[in-house]
Design a protein around this ligand. Structure first.
Ligand code: CMC
Length: 443
């Protein structure tokens, strides 16, 4: 037994009566320390069982801080509220990737680099045109980002810092082009090439909505609102898609393949799809008069109030507060979405109701974001694509941290095996004796 002082955990194994002292660092113990706890020298060591990693830290990270009880979200130490109000998406992307705010010169170089890598190889266009007319844009985005690794085969040299930087710039730059082309594809409209004279978010809107006009002129209030939405989605520490990026990246594959895995994870309804469910719910409620009976149904367990509750936030999701404010700016341009009134009344009633108060259920990021996206005339399938564009710098910051972290190893969780052991294999010719058919392996 080693003495590790007060900052340790004493564990007594009642199977053997032995005691162990396990050091506590940063409020955690190393899972590997449990491996020394055995009933016999040749027996397997103790491990933890944690499906969904609900109480297991998979890394040390300095990218994003969340305090769910207090409703705090910070990127590299900066509160999300200040970044949303005073920064821009590309500056936040720089902050996430580099760990500090840029000087004027660094920022100008960064914007120049991103702006001049927005174009895609023409074969990517041909590749995207090969999808069916009704292909889901997230499927198209995931496949196209994965395909980029074949256009930049040098990207697998992840040990080289300049090379890593190049791929990071390319991915942040090309994601809006891919997203916009996936959107145009579903509409049967020609793909619009990037315009290097526009800002990142203006250019994205132009590639989405430009028709025959020589220059697309987006309303600055809409540009700002979309930029803020990108900032709000830029990172959220070890969520499902970031964990996918890190897990795949731990095999030392190129970053395009890792981010494609993250997009796959985000595609799932439990991760990126709740805002669409909020819209469906608001439509079904239909008018303010129907809210009390809807709330009663939720309290009786018939259904959930979508856009409420969060695994981490047990307070108002700070992103929801900012989005609620952004709604006003967007609706000033597009006209009010009649569902907003229902959403606001629903929120008011829920926040005063004992059921929601007791369970600490507050609006999350998805409660109002769908309303804004709809005001932009995005179809629901595009909502997750917008999320993916915003999340790209976060995925890449986390990937960069992973590949430079000496503690990291290839992801390889343990399992608790529950199946059969040492069965005797009986060949099919004996098992199937008397029945007509083909013997496996013999054609
Ligand atoms: N409406 C009604 N009751 C709810 C809701 C809700 N939206 N969310 C949780 N509860 C209840 C739940 O039934 C449980 O009640 P009881 O203790 O009586 O069994 C209690 O609150 C605790 O819920 P939980 O299921 O243990 O909480 P969780 O942390 O496992 O789930 C959640 C979190 C987000 C999956 C859940 O709140 C939910 O399904 N919300 C609706 C869907 C939604 O808005 N999802 C978007 C999340 S934000 C996305 C992001 O950050 O990327």
């Amino acid at each position: 037994m080693t003495d590790t002082g007060d900052n340790s955990l004493t564990v007594r194994d009642n199977r053997t009566g032995k005691e162990y002292q396990i050091p506590i660092t940063d409020g955690a113990i190393k899972a590997a320390e449990l491996g020394q706890i055995k009933v016999a020298d040749d027996a397997p060591g103790l491990s933890t069982y944690d499906p969904g990693f609900t109480n297991t830290a998979s890394c040390r990270s300095s990218v994003t801080y969340i305090d769910g009880e207090k409703g705090i979200l910070e990127y590299r130490g900066y509160p999300i509220e200040q970044l949303a109000e005073k920064s821009s998406f590309l500056e936040v992307a720089y902050l996430l990737i580099h760990g500090a705010l840029p000087t004027k010169e660094q920022y100008d170089t960064w914007v120049h680099e991103i702006t001049h890598h927005t174009f895609l190889h023409e074969n990517v266009k041909t590749f995207m045109q090969g999808f069916r007319y009704d292909a889901h844009p997230m499927g198209m985005l995931m496949a196209s980002v994965g395909a980029l690794s074949t256009f930049y085969p040098e990207s697998n040299n992840i040990a080289d810092a300049d090379n890593r930087h190049m791929q990071i710039v390319r991915m942040i730059a090309k994601m809006p082009t891919l997203g916009a082309w996936a959107f145009r594809h579903a509409q049967g409209k020609p793909y619009v090439y990037p315009d290097n004279e526009l800002s990142y978010t203006e250019n994205f809107l132009a590639m989405l909505f430009k028709m025959s006009e020589p220059k697309f002129d987006a309303d600055p209030r809409l540009v700002k609102a979309l930029d803020v939405l990108f900032i709000l989605h830029a990172d959220h520490e070890q969520n499902c898609s970031t964990n996918a990026v890190r897990s795949v990246g731990s095999s030392q594959v190129d970053p395009y393949s890792s981010v494609a895995a993250g997009i796959g994870a985000l595609y799932g309804p439990l991760h990126g799809g709740a805002n669409e469910a909020v819209l469906r719910m608001l439509r079904r409620i239909g008018s303010k008069e129907n809210i009390p009976s809807f709330i009663e149904g939720v309290k009786n367990g018939n259904e959930k109030l979508m856009g409420f509750g969060h695994r981490v936030y047990k307070n108002y999701d700070p992103r929801a507060k900012i989005i609620k404010k952004a709604c006003d700016d967007v609706f000033e341009v597009t006209g009010v979405n009649p569902l907003l009134e229902i959403a606001q009344e629903l929120e008011k009633i829920a926040l005063e109701d004992e059921y929601f108060v007791k369970r600490k259920l507050y609006p999350n990021v998805d409660f109002y974001s769908g309303l804004i996206y709809e005001a932009f005339q995005f179809p629901p399938e595009m909502f997750t694509v917008l999320f993916a564009i915003g999340r790209t710098p976060g995925w890449l910051a986390q990937w960069l941290e992973l590949v430079q972290d000496k503690d990291q190893k290839i992801a390889r969780p343990k399992q608790i095996y529950t199946g059969d052991r040492t069965l005797d294999f009986v060949p099919a010719s004996e098992r199937w004796a008397g029945s007509a058919g083909i013997t496996p392996g013999i054609s």
